[in-house]
Design a protein around this ligand. Structure first.
Ligand code: AMP
Ligand code: FE
Ligand code: FE
Ligand code: ZN
Length: 278
């Protein structure tokens, strides 16, 4: 069983449509793939239909933008009830923050002398309800202001760069109970990657587990061998589920091919058994 529990489609900032992503997962030899678009469940229906067609198990999920002690933390939520009103309201607030940020980024870039419009960005974010910096990056590339997404981030879109603008993220300590309250399973994405940093130490993870956190994504490209070993030991101490995933974004992120990291079948079974949505 090959299981990849973290991927992005064009419903957020991936470059494959949900159906294309599911076909690519099948072609990569996966048996189970989770679709975890940023703050959005809008790709689920198309992905589920294609998964039925090609014969692969689709786990509906999402990667929620949260904040903990002033740091951005990405929270993976698996199998929540998509109609749960408190969760839907919380996601709407995050999506509104994304929508409001695009004009702020465009304004900042224009003040920096770069000719770009909101329409240029909308052209890239077309199928997505979760407008993000990757779409701005794609617009900058198309307009010739950057060579690729990575360069656009490094030169213009990362914090401290001329085109950076902040946006709303939900408090992590509120989001974990919201996810579990919606019958879902909460797993912290790349806890020690770019965003999590050192804030999420064992004491913090223990506290978050008391709020309902079920697991941590250990095997992720942002974690080197040493970080993985240390995080795995903490997960064992705290009896947290351990996952491994690609964080695939299609052509949008290099070195994140489908199945590059996978989740142990026993860990996957435990994760699914914790879900309680209808
Ligand atoms: P946002 O959520 O709109 O602030 O954008 C953050 C997203 O941009 C992350 O989820 C990554 O997928 C993507 N990202 C961040 N840095 C880079 C990079 N250097 N190259 C490509 N994608 C990136
Ligand atoms: Fe992303
Ligand atoms: Fe992430
Ligand atoms: Zn991701």
């Amino acid at each position: 069983m090959r299981i990849d529990l973290h991927t992005h489609s064009s419903a957020s900032d991936g470059t494959d449509t949900p159906a294309d992503l599911v076909r690519a997962a099948k072609a990569a030899g996966l048996d189970v793939v989770a679709l975890t678009d940023h703050d959005a469940m809008s790709g689920w229906a198309e992905a589920a239909q294609e998964a039925d067609e090609v014969g692969i198990t689709l786990v509906p999920g999402l990667e929620i933008s949260t904040a903990y002690h002033h740091r951005g933390v990405h929270l993976l939520a698996y199998l929540p009830d998509p109609t749960d009103p408190p969760l839907a309201a919380a996601l709407d607030r995050i999506l509104a923050g994304r929508t409001a940020r695009t004009p702020a980024i465009v304004d900042a870039l224009r003040r920096h002398g770069i000719a770009i419009t909101e329409d240029d960005v909308r052209r890239e974010s077309g199928g997505s309800v979760a407008a993000g910096r990757p779409h701005v990056a794609d617009a900058l590339v198309r307009l010739g202001h950057a060579g690729d997404r990575t360069q656009a981030f490094t030169d213009l879109l990362n914090p401290g760069k001329p085109g950076y603008a902040n946006r709303y993220a939900a408090p992590l300590e509120e989001m974990i109970p919201l996810v579990t309250g919606a019958g879902g399973v909460a797993v912290i994405a790349h806890p020690w990657g770019r965003s999590g940093g050192t804030v999420l130490d064992e004491a913090a993870l223990s506290h978050l587990r008391d709020l309902g956190l079920a697991g941590v994504e250990v095997d992720h490209q942002d974690h080197g061998p040493d970080l993985r070993a240390r995080l795995r030991a903490i997960a064992a101490n705290l009896d947290l589920v351990v996952t491994g995933s690609s964080d695939y974004h299609g052509l949008g992120k290099v070195d994140h091919d489908l199945g590059v990291n996978t989740t142990d079948p026993e860990q996957y079974e435990r994760l699914v058994s914790l879900a309680s949505s209808p």
